[in-house]
Design a protein around this ligand. Structure first.
Ligand SMILES: NC(=O)c1ccc[n+]([C@@H]2O[C@H](COP(=O)([O-])OP(=O)(O)OC[C@H]3O[C@@H](n4cnc5c(N)ncnc54)[C@H](OP(=O)(O)O)[C@@H]3O)[C@@H](O)[C@H]2O)c1
Length: 236
């Protein structure tokens, strides 16, 4: 990484990939991470990162609550004191049930849409002025290869997949609306977290190592693209 310093806002930083991203970012003194989680007081793993090389700020944010997301802006403003956000990293997400389009729970579909789609969409809107203020101007919407229609992944986790396909469209629309901002959809791979379980392919360290290479090297020429953690472009 260069001598430049960067501000990252990461959602869902309490565990899984969001935590690992925060951990790896904080190994460098050039990164300031605003780590967002639902319960900062009980996020003991995050608190343990306070002594890292990078600068950590913990704030409360529930991406399923419009009010909580709106309230976060004042806290972030107080932290940044006029500085911008270089990387808005929409990581928080849920996958509730391995359902099908003919056998799913209506309330679970709405809940997944709220967290996986409406959250990142509103945060893109609320934090646009902060991204505009930065030189780097990158928005990452964490998607999944399961949201790729072109990858033909079959029936599994229908509602989750639908929400991730919607995240891809959000990314496309954001990139077309503001061509001066680099916005990408990103698949972190099949990773051993609470969401994917212990039989997944990758350790969080490996996934995030790849993710960071992709995210820190994308340029405006990559806006509106869908990347895997290994840098390969994925079909929509
Ligand atoms: N793991 C994989 O194989 C895989 C594959 C493709 C895509 N992804 C995507 O990667 C992202 C991270 O997944 P993960 O595997 O790290 O999952 P995870 O281990 O289950 O962690 C999910 C994170 O999201 C947070 N979260 C959930 N609901 C939230 C809410 N309402 N408000 C704020 N934060 C909330 C959780 O916070 P709490 O601790 O407060 O619950 C937690 O920090 C998700 O978007 C997921 O869809 C994962």
């Amino acid at each position: 990484m260069s001598s430049q310093s960067f501000v990252w806002l990461v959602t869902g930083a309490s565990r899984g990939l969001g935590f690992e991203l925060t951990r790896q970012l904080l190994t460098s003194a050039s990164n300031t991470v605003i780590a967002c989680c639902r319960n900062p007081n009980s996020a003991t793993k995050l608190h343990a990162l306070q002594s890292s090389a990078g600068k950590l700020h913990l704030i409360s944010m529930d991406v399923g609550s419009e009010q909580s997301m709106r309230d976060s802006v004042g806290m972030v403003d107080a932290i940044l004191a006029g500085r911008g956000i270089d990387y808005l990293y929409n990581n928080a997400g849920i996958a509730l049930t391995d359902d099908t389009p003919y056998n799913f729970s209506y309330s679970e579909l709405l809940e997944e849409l709220k967290i996986n789609l409406a959250g990142p969409a509103l945060l893109g809107q609320l934090y646009l002025p902060h991204v505009e203020k930065s030189q780097r101007k990158v928005i990452v919407n964490v998607s999944s290869s399961l949201g790729s229609i072109g990858s033909d992944k079959g029936t599994k986790y229908a509602t989750y997949c639908i929400t991730k396909t919607a995240v891809n469209m959000l990314t496309y629309k954001q990139s077309k609306t503001r061509p001066d901002i680099t916005v990408i959809a990103l698949d972190p791979g099949f990773v051993k977290t609470d969401l994917a379980g212990p039989n997944a392919d990758l350790e969080p360290e490996e996934s995030i190592c790849g993710v960071l290479k992709v995210v820190t090297s994308v340029s405006i020429a990559d806006t509106g693209k869908f990347f895997g953690y290994n840098g390969r472009e994925l079909p929509w």
